[in-house]
Write a protein that binds this ligand. Structure first.
Ligand code: NDP
Ligand code: 2IT
Length: 458
């Protein structure tokens, strides 16, 4: 018997959650994301229950417009054929062309793709820019692959994906395992097959061929702009705080850079093998060289800073979360912070969590943070700076223009302030008691539902 853990009063909402859970019972990440969002929307849904029910609004919201799954064959450096599975989930296009990243990681499956695409609908709505929600990727593991293997994989992936994307249709970008190098190979193959220079079909491109200044930095910088605003609204500052950041990829590196610029002391970062603790403050140039240039492991940090410590992963809780910090920025992957970890963080005096990653906290951890008045910046709001700047890249491509770093960065900062204001406004309007998670969900839902209602039952 499948039940909703939270007490739900709306019969319609309860029915949709239970039916969706039954229909997708093998998709645990998707169900998790869906429940977090839907349960928090109850105050809005109760007001419009019969209207929404009649037009099947929630049933349509939880069902992707389209899921594409395809074979990706490629040949490795030993001449051996390999086959991976590719995906693109085009979840909701009511607000604009589907938009969202591509993830290359061995854990990728339909559940993970759907949770990410579902989150993306709400995130993209919060940016205030005309982009719908989508996500894609593959269970391909880029670790240990040569540059030529990466290129051949990207080309094969694009051979199929190109049938389904376009600057006015669906615009992919990077995510875990997909950065500037992969976007370059994907764009090259798209251009060759389609024989058109449609720059706006992908974002996160290199600066030489239609990329935007500040896109690389945008997710991490945006996270810190949101954090600064959230702390300010609660009479706190970033300056002088101790920070730990899980992950050491694109989001983590630029969150660290901005946190340091804002006067915080970032003392720890991690990768999927372990974490480094440097009480003197992270040497970010060393991290950039290890990760962005050498594609190496974080433990190599000790070659640059011999007095730092490296702690290898062991047991259920990533060791980074045992390090005391005022501000915690999970910037690696989903479900990094369990209820047990959440308890540990609160014990250690953490005052704020900024979700750089998508769904890094389990639903139980989110509820625990909110109940304990920890300031929680939810991913779909706090990490929206990346996709927002992707939309700015699309604008520049349409205008055939290139804005300066300062111009893009300023627009990004304003977008993040506006996103925080939307979360705060919904929090106050619905008397949520400092719950920016529900605030973000409600603010985004209002926009998406209005667009869906206006466009009829499709
Ligand atoms: P990267 O591939 O650049 O970096 C990912 C980092 O997370 C690496 O340090 C990686 O370690 C670590 N990591 C990945 N998977 C796991 C895992 N299963 N367990 C532990 N550590 C893991 O990705 P991004 O920085 O781009 O993405 C990080 C997060 O931010 C993701 O949740 C992504 O969805 C989200 N995000 C990204 C945006 C972007 O613009 N790039 C925008 C908004 C959100 P290792 O190298 O050892 O695997
Ligand atoms: O999760 C995300 O928002 C991203 N990976 C960025 C998506 C984008 O289209 O820039």
């Amino acid at each position: 018997m499948i039940t909703c853990e939270k007490e739900i009063k709306s019969g319609y909402l309860k029915k949709v959650i239970e039916e969706t859970e039954q229909k997708n019972s093998n998709e645990k990440e998707f169900i998790q994301a869906l429940k977090e969002v839907l349960t928090s929307l109850e105050p809005v849904i109760i007001k419009h229950e019969s209207e929404y029910k009649k037009i099947g609004l929630l049933e349509r919201l939880v069902e992707p417009e389209r899921i594409i799954s395809f074979r990706v064959p490629w040949v490795d450096d030993n001449g051996q054929a390999q086959v991976n599975r590719g995906f693109r989930v085009q979840f909701n296009g009511a607000i604009g062309p589907y938009k969202g990243g591509l993830r290359f990681h061995p854990s990728v499956n339909q559940s993970i793709m759907k949770f990410l695409a579902f989150e993306q609908i709400f995130k993209n709505a919060l940016t205030g820019l005309p982009i719908g929600g989508g996500k894609g990727g593959s269970d391909f593991d880029p670790k240990g692959k040569s540059d030529l293997e990466i290129m051949r994989f990207c080309q094969s992936f694009m051979n199929e994906l190109q049938k389904h994307i376009g600057q006015d249709v669906d615009v992919p970008a990077g995510d875990i395992g997909v950065g500037g190098r992969e976007i370059g190979y994907l764009f090259g193959q798209f251009r060759k097959i389609r024989n058109t220079y449609e720059a706006g079909v992908l974002t996160g491109k290199g600066l030489e061929y239609g990329g935007s200044l500040a896109r690389k930095e945008a997710t991490g910088y945006g996270l810190m702009y949101f954090m600064k605003e959230m702390l300010k609204a609660n009479n706190e500052t970033v300056s002088g705080k101790t920070v730990i950041i899980s992950g050491s990829g694109n989001v983590a590196i630029y969150a660290c850079e901005k946190a340091q610029q804002m006067g915080a002391n970032v003392v720890a970062m991690s990768d999927s093998s372990g974490c480094i603790y440097d009480k003197n403050g992270i040497n970010l140039d060393a991290i950039k060289e290890i990760k962005e240039v050498n594609r190496g492991r974080i433990k190599e940090y000790l070659k640059y800073e011999p007095t730092a410590e490296y702690i290898e992963n062991e047991g259920d809780m990533p060791p980074i979360y045992s390090i005391k910090a005022d501000i915690v920025l999970p910037c690696a992957t989903q479900n990094d912070i369990s209820l047990e970890t959440a308890k540990k963080l609160i014990e250690n005096g953490t005052i704020a969590i900024g979700e750089g990653a998508n769904m890094p906290c389990t639903n139980e951890a989110v509820e625990y943070f909110v109940a304990n008045k920890i300031l929680l910046a939810p991913g779909k709001a706090a990490n929206a700076g990346g996709v927002a700047t992707s939309a700015l890249e699309m604008s520049q491509n349409s205008l055939r223009a290139a804005w300066s770093f300062e111009e893009v960065d300023k627009k990004l900062e304003n977008i993040m302030i506006n996103i925080f204001n939307q979360c705060e406004k919904a929090d106050k309007e619905y008397n949520l008691g400092i719950n920016y998670v529900a605030g973000a969900n409600i603010a985004a839902f209002k926009k998406i539902s209005n667009a869906m209602i206006a466009q009829g039952i499709i």
